[in-house]
Design a protein around this ligand. Structure first.
Ligand code: CA
Length: 220
C-alpha cells in the first residue's frame, strides 16, 4: 500500500513518515501542491490543505478524478471551514492536527477498506467453474467448453445452485425451496423435468447425478 504525504512542514512530515513506514506502508512525501499532482499514484493521500503554493482543495479536486486513490485531509485545529470544504470536495476522511499516530493509522485502514470494497465490486465475481462449465451469476451467462449455453430462467437457477454446491448432494426440498421459492408446492415432476432438460443441454461433459431418495449432485 502506497501512501503519499503532502505536507510542507518538515517536522510534521518526518513524524508521519516514520509512523507510516513503521506500520508497513510504502511512503512518499512531497511538500507542494504541484508536486502532489505530479507524484506517482498512491492508495491513500494524506493531504495538508494549507500548502505554500496553492490551495489544497484544488489538489483534492484533481485527485478525485483518480479512482482508487483515497484522500484524507489534514487541517489545523480551528480550520473547520477547510475541513467541511474538503469533505464536500470529496475527501474520504480528515484528521486534525495535532493527531495521534494510532488515530491516523485507524483512519487510513478504514478508508482503504472502503475504497477496496468499492473498487472490488465490478470485478469481484469470479465465474463458478465446474470442469468445462462456466457460470457468471450476475449476468446469467453460462458457457460449456467456451460455447454459450441457452437455458431457461429456472434451468439457470437450478444449475447455478447445483454448481455452487458442486460435489455435494443437494436435497430435492432445498432445490425446490431455492429455485421455486418457499411455500410453493412444486410438483415433484417439475424438478425432474428441469433436471432432464439440463442433462440434455449439458451432454456428457457435466454430469448431474441422481442420489436416490435424497436429491442431486453436480459431479466434479
Ligand atoms: Ca501546511
Amino acid at each position: 500500500m502506497r501512501v503519499l504525504v503532502v505536507e510542507d512542514d518538515d517536522r510534521v512530515a518526518r513524524g508521519l513518515l516514520t509512523a507510516l513506514r513503521h506500520a508497513g506502508y510504502e511512503v512518499h512525501r512531497v511538500a507542494t501542491a504541484a508536486d502532489a499532482l505530479r507524484a506517482a499514484p498512491a492508495d491513500v493521500v494524506l493531504l495538508d490543505l494549507g500548502l505554500p503554493d496553492g490551495d489544497g482543495l484544488d489538489v483534492l479536486r484533481e485527485l478525485r478524478h483518480r479512482p482508487g486513490t483515497a484522500v484524507i485531509t489534514v487541517t489545523a485545529r480551528g480550520e473547520e471551514r477547510e475541513r467541511v470544504l474538503g469533505l464536500r470536495a470529496g475527501a474520504d476522511d480528515y484528521v486534525v492536527k495535532p493527531f495521534g499516530t494510532s488515530e491516523l493509522l485507524a483512519r487510513i485502514e478504514a478508508v482503504l477498506r472502503r475504497t477496496r470494497a468499492h473498487r472490488a465490486e465490478p470485478e469481484s465475481e469470479a465465474p463458478v467453474e465446474v470442469g468445462p462449465l462456466h457460470i457468471l451469476t450476475s449476468t446469467r451467462v453460462v458457457t460449456l467448453a467456451g460455447e454459450p449455453l441457452s437455458l431457461t430462467r429456472k434451468e439457470f437457477d437450478l444449475l447455478a445452485l447445483l454448481a455452487t454446491r458442486r460435489g455435494e448432494v443437494v436435497s430435492r426440498d432445498f432445490i425446490v425451496d431455492q429455485v421455486w421459492q418457499a411455500h410453493w408446492e412444486a410438483p415433484s415432476r417439475t424438478l425432474d423435468t428441469h433436471i432432464a432438460a439440463l442433462r440434455g443441454k449439458l451432454g456428457d461433459r457435466v454430469k448431474i447425478e441422481t442420489v436416490r431418495g435424497v436429491g442431486y449432485r453436480l459431479a466434479t
